[in-house]
Every structure is written in structure tokens, then in C-alpha cells.
Ligand binder design. Structure first.
Ligand SMILES: [Zn+2]
Length: 416
């Protein structure tokens, strides 16, 4: 780090760039609406590329529309150190989710340019296509194709609600590049992002050193009892599927509290049949979502969930079908990338804490195929996916300085 330790980004230029992109596809309440592969998305990409070309970066676009803006190093045989995130937003999105990670990477590279710093390995700024998954589901599709989690033909074939194909929309806005997605090397990936949760703000820390992402399991639960008259059926002997479900829901919440502070659990959807006020509910279907950063803990939660549901179901004389529909293993970020972020944070003297990402990010896909870590900064009230989303300029600047110095460390590693 030595000779570059006084290097700092321009926080005002970073803020102005975030505001300028935010004007493209403006929301009605101060945020942005720049859905993937719309004209607004194209305009945001065009402006980003113009900025990159102004500082001499070369642009490569792959056939999922991912953009790589490259600044050459001294040894261009080395795989590039890549930083970035996404420029698309939710329909009622904020100005910071994703955009911050792209423009923090741009500001870091602008700072290298201004100071005539050439790194050993080349550095690249990446924009991943369609992180949000709002217009074309699922989310994080293009980083997923890069990481080999999705087939490209499948990604191209996904349609929006008007029946337009993702591949056709990529071509229409001029962003289907020639490079096969996933064929360009990534030496390491760093993604700066607003936290999208309340922890940093509550703990009064400026930087989150992100060590991984949570694992999650999703279930569909069906409880079968018996429909029966609400007036003439005595309380004893009822087979009430909703009462049994209520006990299960309370248990699901208690389960996460037992594995505090890392575990979370949610029942978010429920269908009651026949849903009539004077009939005892004979069937209830609901969802369960449990998450934890540790695979063993997740397995233990799963075991307890099954055992406790069986006990509750027995007590109420109902039957249960518990179907696991998704099992996503936790991800752990790369120790060297985490160390680079932690060292940069300490060098700069920012208050910080280690944390695990609650939300999914492109970095959580890329970490399967390249060394990766993330940097979190606080956002007001932990609010995101909301036009009111906001962050302090000083925190954004701090996260960007951490990104710059972590990039320098990784890009100059072979110098040491
Ligand atoms: Zn995001």
C-alpha cells in the first residue's frame, strides 16, 4: 500500500455522478425507475461508457450485456481486478442500490487516472445486466450466466410481462456484445453496495466488511384437517388446520430467535380454505423461509423445523406435507479479498464491523468462480427498494476510498 496511502477519491464527484445517473428514468418520488434493458437503462449505460472513455478505458460488452471498462496495467497478462455492480433499478427504486457500486468503481479508477497511477494487474469496472429481476425474473441473471448457474439460451428466452424476450431486448438497445459471457477472466471482484438493512446505522459504523452471504431454504407447507360447521362442532375433536398453522408460525419465529442473532425466519404467504367465517378451516397452505450464514446451523434449523411441525400436527390431529422447494447454500467470500477490504478500512481509520449480506448480490454469484468480497456502507433507516432510499455523502466517499485501496492492494499483489 505504501506509496499510495495518501490517495483519496473525490467524494463530491462521486455524489454528482450518482445524481446524474439518477436523473435518467426519474421516479415520481425522488428515486429512479430504470428497469433492465429499457430505453432508460440504455441511456444510463451510454452515459457510464462515455465517462469511462473520457478517462481512457476500453469497453468490452459480452452477450449478456455485461459491460467491462478496462484500464490497462503494467502486466496485462494478469487477470484484471474488477469492481462494480448494476445500473438497473426496481420500478420504485432508489438512486443508490447498485448504482453506488458501479460509480464508486468509476470514481476509484478516475482517481488512478488523475494521479497517473498504473497498477500491476489491469483494473476493470463492471456493470452486470438485470440484477434486479424486476422486469425479467429471476434476479442476478447475468452474473449467474457468468458463474455458470444459468444457461445463456434460457436467460435470452425469459420474457417480460409484454412477452418481450430478454435476448431481443438486449439487441434492441444495442447491448448484446460479441464476447461470450463468462469467457473473460476475473482475477478478483469487489462490489461496494449500500447495506439495505439497519445494522451499520444502528451500530454507528461507517463500513461493513462483508464476509459472505446467507444460505436459505424455502418450503411449501400444506396442513390438512377437516372442514366442519363452526356452530355445531364442539371444540373437542376439531381438526382445525388454521389453529395448527398458527402454532407452527409462532414456532417458526421462535426457531430463528433460538439461533439469534444470525438466523431469520419468515412465513410470508398463506391460503386458507374454504376461507369462510362459519366453517372450520380444513386446509391451509403457507410458505416458510429460513436463512443463516452457516450451513450446519441451517441444517439444524431444518431438522428442528421438521420435528416440531410433526409434533404440532400430531397434537391437532391434522396432516402435514412439508415440501422443500429451494436450498441455496451460504456463500463465503475469499479470505484475501476480505483481508484487502479490512486492511484498507483500517488504513483509512473508518469504524467498521464484519457482516454477512442478508440480500443477494451479483458478488454472491461471481464468488463461485472468482475470489470476491463486498463493502457495505449505511443507508438511512436501512431502507432500500424504495424511492426514499438515501445515504450520506461522507459514507459513500468512505466506502469508495476503501474500494480504491482494496483494488490497489489486489492489483499490485504480484509486486510484493
Ligand atoms: Zn443491488
Amino acid at each position: 500500500m505504501g506509496e499510495f496511502q495518501n490517495l483519496r477519491v473525490d467524494g463530491q464527484r462521486l455524489w454528482d455522478s450518482i445524481m446524474a445517473i439518477g436523473e435518467i428514468g426519474p421516479g415520481e418520488h425522488g428515486g429512479s425507475c430504470r428497469l433492465a434493458l429499457t430505453d432508460a437503462d440504455r441511456d444510463g449505460r451510454d452515459l457510464f461508457i462515455r465517462w469511462c472513455e473520457e478517462i481512457g478505458c476500453s469497453i468490452t460488452i459480452d452477450d449478456m450485456g455485461n459491460i467491462f471498462a478496462r484500464r490497462e496495467g503494467r502486466n496485462n497478462e494478469l487477470a484484471p481486478i474488477v469492481a462494480g455492480s448494476h445500473l438497473d433499478t426496481q420500478p420504485h427504486g432508489g438512486k443508490f442500490d447498485g448504482i453506488y457500486g458501479v460509480l464508486a468503481a468509476l470514481e476509484a479508477v478516475r482517481t488512478l487516472h488523475d494521479n497517473n497511477v498504473t497498477t500491476q494487474a489491469p483494473v476493470e469496472i463492471v456493470v452486470w445486466t438485470n440484477e434486479e429481476g424486476s422486469r425479467f425474473a429471476p434476479a442476478m441473471i447475468s452474473s449467474g450466466v457468468y458463474a455458470g448457474l444459468f444457461e445463456k439460451d434460457y436467460a435470452w428466452s425469459i420474457t417480460d410481462s409484454d412477452g418481450k424476450r430478454q435476448g431481443d431486448e438486449l439487441k434492441r438497445i444495442g447491448y448484446m456484445g460479441e464476447l461470450p459471457c463468462g469467457s473473460n477472466p476475473i482475477g478478483a471482484l469487489l462490489e461496494a453496495h449500500i447495506e439495505q438493512g439497519p445494522i451499520l446505522e444502528a451500530d454507528n459504523h461507517q463500513i461493513g466488511v462483508v464476509i459472505g452471504g446467507q444460505g436459505q431454504r424455502w418450503y411449501d407447507v400444506t396442513i390438512k384437517g377437516q372442514d366442519s360447521h363452526a356452530g355445531s362442532t364442539p371444540m373437542r375433536g376439531r381438526r382445525d388446520a388454521l389453529v395448527a398453522s398458527a402454532e407452527i408460525i409462532t414456532m417458526v419465529q421462535a426457531l430463528a430467535l433460538e439461533f439469534a442473532p444470525q438466523a431469520v425466519s419468515t412465513v410470508g404467504e398463506m391460503v386458507v380454505k374454504p376461507n369462510s367465517r362459519n366453517t372450520i378451516p380444513g386446509e391451509v397452505c403457507f410458505t416458510v423461509d429460513i436463512r443463516n450464514p452457516e450451513e450446519q446451523v441451517l441444517a439444524k434449523m431444518n431438522e428442528q423445523l421438521n420435528a416440531r411441525i410433526a409434533a404440532i400436527v400430531g397434537k391437532h390431529g391434522v396432516e402435514c406435507e412439508l415440501k422443500e422447494i429451494w436450498d441455496k447454500a451460504p456463500v463465503k467470500f475469499d479470505p484475501d479479498c476480505i483481508a484487502a477490504v479490512a486492511a484498507a478500512t483500517n488504513l483509512l481509520g473508518y469504524s467498521n464491523q464484519q457482516m454477512v449480506s442478508g440480500a443477494g448480490h451479483d458478488a454472491c454469484q461471481i464468488c463461485l468462480v472468482a475470489p470476491t468480497s463486498m463493502i457495505f456502507v449505511p443507508c438511512a433507516g436501512g431502507l432500500s427498494h424504495n424511492e426514499q432510499e438515501s445515504a450520506e455523502a461522507a459514507d459513500l466517499e468512505a466506502g469508495c476510498n476503501v474500494l480504491l485501496h482494496a483494488m490497489l492492494t489486489l492489483a499490485n499483489k504480484s509486486d510484493a
